[in-house]
Design a binder for this molecule. Structure first.
Ligand SMILES: *[C@@H]1O[C@H](CO)[C@@H](O)[C@H](O)[C@H]1NC(C)=O
Length: 242
């Protein structure tokens, strides 16, 4: 019995651990060394560009969102459905500030990025600034000099006797110096009407951005939390920090 117990203890410590170490090219820090964690995250962003396929971590850049729906607002009175959205540029972000406290269960990180491009297939029907708008096609949204704050709550859970982090309730609040919109094939491809709406969107880019950013931010936050959680799932807290 004693031997068996010892064996299972040894097994759980050394042999049968299902989680991997933190990937070698990611920097390891102590949980409380915020300066180290900040530089480790900064260092990790470009390395996460293509994801970590072995660990099931999807690419960060582009960040793929298979489907998203942004609800109707005051100026933009239409429901926007997007598919196969690729968000490019997050791997080139700069981490300006970080707070991380596992005991309090909170991560807050402020970021800036020179250019974020959102591309996807849109479908809309409704009104923008009292103009009737409908259509489906490719679209791109360019956000120049984006600054934002990503936050999430950190919970911990036990898996195979090891503690792991899970990020929940993620939020991304952001602003941009300039936004550019291009929606192709509006009005079933009527170029004149389409160009007209794109011009209206771009002339009023700021008001429209302010109305839409909450919806976009929620989706980006969730996708980012999902990506982090894949990494947290594969690496226990003990293996993640030193
Ligand atoms: C996040 O993961 C959940 C669960 O796998 C999934 O349902 C959801 O669509 C993902 N969200 C995004 C924005 O990718």
């Amino acid at each position: 019995m004693k031997v068996l117990l010892n064996l299972s203890l040894i097994c759980s410590i050394f042999l049968c651990s299902s989680t991997s170490k933190l990937p070698k090219d990611l920097q390891q820090c102590s949980q409380t060394d915020i300066a180290c964690l900040k530089s480790a995250i900064q260092d990790a962003l470009p390395k996460l560009k293509d994801g970590i396929p072995d660990l099931g971590v999807p690419p960060l850049d582009p960040l793929r969102i298979s489907k998203m729906t942004i609800g109707s607002g005051k100026i933009v009175q239409l429901v926007q459905n997007y598919e196969n959205v690729d968000i490019t540029g997050l791997s080139e972000a700069t981490v300006n500030d970080l707070s991380f406290d596992l005991d309090k269960g909170k991560l807050v990180m402020s970021l800036s990025a020179p250019l974020i491009v959102v591309k996807g297939v849109y479908t809309v029907k409704g009104k923008i600034l009292v103009l009737d708008v409908y259509g489906t096609g490719d679209c791109s949204i360019k956000l120049h000099k984006l600054t934002g704050t990503f936050s999430m709550d950190l919970e911990t859970y036990s898996k195979n006797n090891e503690m792991h982090i899970k990020g929940t309730n993620a939020k991304f609040v952001f602003d941009t110096e300039h936004g550019e919109y291009n929606f192709e094939n509006l009005f079933d491809g009527n170029k004149q009407l389409g160009d007209n709406i794109n011009a209206v969107l771009n002339d009023n880019w700021r008001e429209i951005f302010l109305e839409l950013r909450e919806g976009y931010g929620a989706v980006v936050a969730e996708a980012t939390a999902n990506l982090s959680n894949k990494l947290f799932e594969s690496t226990s807290i003990q293996n993640m920090f030193n």
